[in-house]
Design a binder for this molecule. Structure first.
Ligand SMILES: O=C(O)CCC(=O)C(=O)O
Ligand SMILES: [Fe+2]
Length: 254
């Protein structure tokens, strides 16, 4: 049986952009890799926007990439600092970036920056993302692997200064589908009045806005505009999610 794993260097030839309509029709085999991708745009108001492409990569191609990433990425589970305490990060991670970029630091942790040249498949995926998002120039990538439903990422915003005020972040998912949540950050007055349920009811303030996206195998989700400034996101634990999920977030360090 032919291996599902496409090895480093065995890149497929030129292909149709995901979601693009090719007047001449797709080349043979291409339609399978890049299905006609439906885009759902969610306006979060205030200059924040999320674009969801549920079928960004065709199923089989996405499994090839999953297998490659699962086996070849040097995953680590670093110890990070959250609210002054040390804790093992509840998911595996790896960081890839252009050389000469400012080092990324989050939760007291500075990941080693791997080179794109170590993982040619990541260059393929980056190319596909660039083609789907004209004008984008991502130069770094944070990979996460959630081995089971007990792995998660808690509420946060990717609002580090090195990404600038309105970063575009493109997130590609492989493997087990998981829920991706977005919630509006409390405004300054809500925060100073207390944002708990009791305080909200007393002040007749509505609950924070919440949006949910089910991120399926082969999907793309893009956060842009002021989403990092005004919203937080998370992937909560899910007891029923028993198989691994790999997520790639492409970013641009300014
Ligand atoms: O796994 C995901 O879908 C999101 C990951 C994430 O938010 C991050 O790495 O900053
Ligand atoms: Fe994030």
């Amino acid at each position: 049986m032919a291996s599902r794993l496409r090895l480093a260097g065995e890149n497929p030839g030129p292909r149709r952009s995901p979601g693009s309509v090719d007047a001449a029709g797709p080349e043979e085999g291409e339609a399978e890799r890049w299905p006609e991708a439906r885009r759902e745009v969610t306006d979060l108001a205030g200059g924040s926007e999320v674009v969801h492409v549920p079928r960004f990569v065709a199923r089989e191609a996405a499994w090839e990439w999953f297998d490659y990433l699962d086996k070849r990425i040097p995953w680590t589970r670093p110890t990070i600092r959250v609210f002054g305490r040390s804790a093992v990060q509840p998911r595996d991670t790896c960081y890839v970036a252009d050389e000469e970029l400012t080092d990324l630091k989050y939760s007291g942790h500075q990941p080693h920056a791997h080179s794109w040249d170590e993982f040619p498949v990541l260059k393929d995926i980056l190319k596909a993302v660039h083609e789907a998002l004209p004008g984008s120039h991502f130069n770094s990538l944070l990979l996460n692997r959630y081995k089971t439903g007990s792995d998660y990422v808690s509420w946060h915003a990717d609002d580090e200064l090195l990404y600038g005020p309105t970063p575009e972040i493109a997130s590609v998912t492989f493997g087990c589908e998981r829920e991706f949540l977005l919630r509006k950050k409390p405004t300054k007055s809500q925060a100073s009045n207390g944002s708990g349920e009791v305080a909200r009811k007393r002040l007749k303030v509505s609950a924070p806005q919440l949006k949910s996206f089910l991120l399926k195998h082969g999907s793309l989700l893009v956060m842009r505009g002021y989403t990092q400034r005004d919203w937080q996101h998370s992937v909560p634990k899910r007891a029923k999610a028993s198989s691994p999920r790999i997520n790639l977030t492409f970013r641009r360090v300014l």
